[in-house]
Design a binder for this molecule. Structure first.
Ligand code: ARG
Length: 458
């Protein structure tokens, strides 16, 4: 059958192969809510400016409500022959209400229609993600508070560096979340402009009131240039970039959680409901959730790349290539939403195994810097102090003990300025509580950071 939307120009119908090749309704049907809201706003505006009658507008708006009802109840039949979500909905509207339905597309093109729908869809998705990021940040704050005094090794090069607190580590993760949040807020600002009214590419001859439509759909304003508006997918790319960074962060946490939950580390226990067992090895409790999150990060980075490559060769204005924006974009949205959902749920229930964390920090001479600082404060130039402590560590390593286990006599053999009070500086507790610079790991600083976070909230 010829496509009724454009059969006027055509002498034969689209081949079955081309119809199957070019359809998008199998994946863009999910835009139905945004598409209907956009069409209703457009119809109301057409009546307001006198392009169609008020009664036609009313019939269209009611008809679209009926279509919405059919879609949500599952009664709607999506037809591949009608190509995409837009034409499926418009065709059904016309079936239901007759001629008024045929007036809906006045002054509009699918090019500005789809651009509007996707912006609305991404905006709605961002609003969900912002909530999830807030929940996650809140969960981290709670965990940080609970573990503000819990000592664990801090790592550089994954080698034990200096003792830190588990709470401090959780607050580090939280900073990533806050930046991710502000990136989404920023992306939302730039995308929240209405493209409708740009029509196919050049604008339209009808006296459309674009600002009125923008207002009805919750846009902050209208796009400035019709050629740009129908071809711009920057917002989708920005969104995928922000989503990629969210997942890169979650992936890094995943890596830590996976390592920390091995028996060799044993720093944390993940709740059973976030783990799975093995079909053969009865003892296994595997950190599948962090592993999957780490794995899914690759998909979203792939989605970002797909969109960048999709855009790079496109001349102005709309090109059909752009139909290919949807699957990567939707995949990124679905994936980042799911990952944030499980992490927001899991994070508050991570159990810090304090003994194991502390024991690990006691290994690896993690307070060696504190001994060097002790010597430097007593007048030895820091470089010399560094050298002396290096030798102390060498001896402790030989004896397989911590530097705090060496006798005062032994220590004084390395430097006569060492006195008995040294042991008050090289314990784990002394080490962390001495790091009281703003943003440092001292439990008091961690608590101060938590207090700031709580009072900064609206
Ligand atoms: N399904 C199309 C898309 O996603 C809608 C726009 C089609 N416009 C066109 N001129 N063929 O981009």
């Amino acid at each position: 059958a010829k496509n009724p939307m454009w059969s006027g120009r055509f002498s034969e119908s689209t081949s079955e192969l081309v119809a199957a090749f070019s359809e998008s309704v199998s994946y863009d049907a999910r835009l139905y809510r945004q598409d209907i809201a956009g069409s209703q706003a457009h119809a109301r505006m057409l009546a307001k400016v006198g392009v169609i009658s008020q009664s036609d507008a009313d019939v269209i708006v009611d008809g679209l409500d009926r279509v919405l009802g059919e879609i949500e109840s599952g009664a709607f039949t999506w037809k591949t022959a009608l190509e995409d979500v837009h034409m499926n909905i418009e065709a059904r509207l016309t079936e239901l209400v007759g001629d008024a339905g045929k007036r809906l597309h006045t002054g509009r093109s699918r090019n500005d229609q789809v651009a509007t729908d996707i912006r609305l869809y991404v905006r709605d998705s961002i609003d969900v993600l912002l909530q999830l990021l807030d929940t996650l940040a809140e969960g981290l704050l709670g965990l940080a508070e609970q573990e503000a005094d819990s000592i664990m090794p801090g790592f550089t090069h994954l080698q034990i560096a200096q003792p830190v607190t588990f709470g401090h580590h959780m607050l580090a993760w939280r900073e990533q979340v806050l930046r991710d949040r502000s990136r989404l807020v920023d992306c939302r600002k730039r995308l929240n402009l209405l493209p409708l009214g740009s029509a196919a590419l050049a604008g339209t001859v009808y006296p459309l009131d674009r600002h009125y439509v923008a207002q009805q759909l919750g846009f902050d304003g209208v796009t400035e240039n019709s050629l740009d508006a129908v071809s711009d997918r920057d917002f989708a790319i920005e969104f995928c970039a922000a989503a990629s960074l969210i997942l890169v962060h979650l992936s890094r946490w995943s890596e830590e959680l996976i390592i920390w939950s091995t028996p060799m580390f044993g720093f944390v226990a993940l709740p059973d409901r976030f783990c799975t067992g093995s079909s053969i090895m009865p003892q296994k409790k595997n950190p599948d959730v962090p592993e999957l999150v780490r794995g899914k990060t690759g998909r979203v980075i792939g989605d970002l790349n797909a969109l960048l490559v999709l855009m790079k060769g496109q001349p102005l204005a709309y090109n059909r290539d752009n139909q290919e924006d949807k699957e990567p974009l939707f995949d990124a949205i679905d994936t980042v939403t799911m990952c944030l959902r499980v992490y927001a749920d899991m994070v508050p229930h991570i159990v810090c195994k304090r003994e194991a964390c502390r024991a690990a920090a006691a290994k690896g001479f993690s307070t060696a810097t504190d001994l060097a600082d002790y010597l430097a404060r007593r007048g030895l130039p820091f470089r010399d102090a560094h050298h002396v402590v290096g030798a102390v560590v060498g001896l402790a390593a030989q004896r397989d003990c911590d530097i705090a286990e060496l006798s005062l006599e032994t220590l004084q053999g390395f430097s006569p300025i060492i006195e008995a009070d040294v042991y008050g500086h090289i314990t784990l507790e002394a080490s962390v509580s001495a790091r009281k610079t703003y943003g440092g790991t001292a439990p008091d600083q961690v608590r101060a950071a938590i207090a700031r976070a709580r009072s900064a909230k609206p």
